[in-house]
Design a protein around this ligand. Structure first.
Ligand SMILES: Nc1ncnc2c1ncn2[C@@H]1O[C@H](COP(=O)(O)OP(=O)(O)OP(=O)(O)O)[C@@H](O)[C@H]1O
Ligand SMILES: [Mg+2]
Length: 239
């Protein structure tokens, strides 16, 4: 299982939001760090086939991002995910399942499993407008998992979560990373510090760091700050 990103760029008029990123992602949690405007969302939207790169290519196990087959292995939680406040969590999942083309009995079973997985089984019949931020994010993850994705892209999923919800979310990502490629963006380093197998750092559209991460390397927070402040020379070769 491998996601291959080959010299991908995105240019808006005269602004380069993503600048020649090449990257291979494997199973596990891949933490994408970067400040506001670094290009994380732009990159993720291209990986999900929502935005077309200005140049470069993206493929998963040989399937191009434009192919239907690619879509079927993908799960996505956008940064600005829109929920339906009047829906219950369960109805929302069934609705999303219908959009994805799941058959009804299958959808029902899958929704129940996922509500359990994200610990929302007790809130399944409550309206989303009564959910906390963390509950909504967990529901967002549940919808992203409907199609049993091999590639799960989650864009700043922990924004607005309290510390307890953060830990819960972290554990869930760690579990999902055992069987799929998880790409998680955040600017909260501690969200990925203990669960990321690989750390990616973006700055001004460029990927300035990509490598396996383990705690023997010290504090990720310090490491990240050093990189984005430019104290460490660019280690990523784009060519
Ligand atoms: N549709 C657009 N048109 C023009 N510029 C855009 C567009 N979308 C994003 N940009 C610009 O591209 C750059 C990267 O934006 P992007 O949203 O990808 O960053 P980000 O890393 O996700 O930031 P954040 O942490 O705030 O979510 C920014 O300078 C942004 O202003
Ligand atoms: Mg973003």
């Amino acid at each position: 299982m491998e996601l291959v990103i080959d010299r991908v760029s995105k240019q808006y008029k005269n602004h380069i939001a993503v600048d020649r990123i090449s990257l291979k992602l494997q199973k596990g949690v891949n933490g994408l760090l970067g400040e506001n405007g670094a290009g994380k969302t732009t990159l993720m939207r291209m990986l999900c086939g929502i935005l077309k790169p200005t140049s470069g290519s993206i493929s998963f196990d040989g399937m191009d991002v434009g192919e239907e087959n690619y879509r079927s292995v993908l799960g996505y939680l956008p940064q600005d995910f829109g929920y339906y406040p009047e829906f219950t969590g369960q109805d929302f999942l069934l609705y999303m399942a219908a959009l994805k083309g799941l058959a009804k009995p299958q959808a029902k079973q899958r929704a129940a499993e996922l509500l359990q997985l994200v610990s929302l089984q007790d809130a399944a019949k409550k309206k989303i407008k009564t959910y906390s931020g963390g509950m909504k994010q967990r529901l967002g993850i549940a919808q992203a998992l409907l199609g049993q994705p091999k590639l799960l892209v989650v864009d700043e999923p922990t924004a607005g979560l309290d510390p307890k919800e953060r830990v819960r979310f972290r554990n869930l990502m760690e579990t999902l990373g055992k069987d799929s490629i998880v790409l998680l963006s955040t600017h909260i380093v501690s969200d990925i510090e203990h669960i990321a197998d690989t750390v990616l750092i973006m700055k001004a559209g460029k990927l300035i760091y990509q490598d396996k991460w383990n705690e023997s390397k010290g504090s990720l927070e310090d490491f990240y700050l050093q990189h984005i402040s430019g104290e460490v020379k660019n280690e990523t070769n784009h060519e």
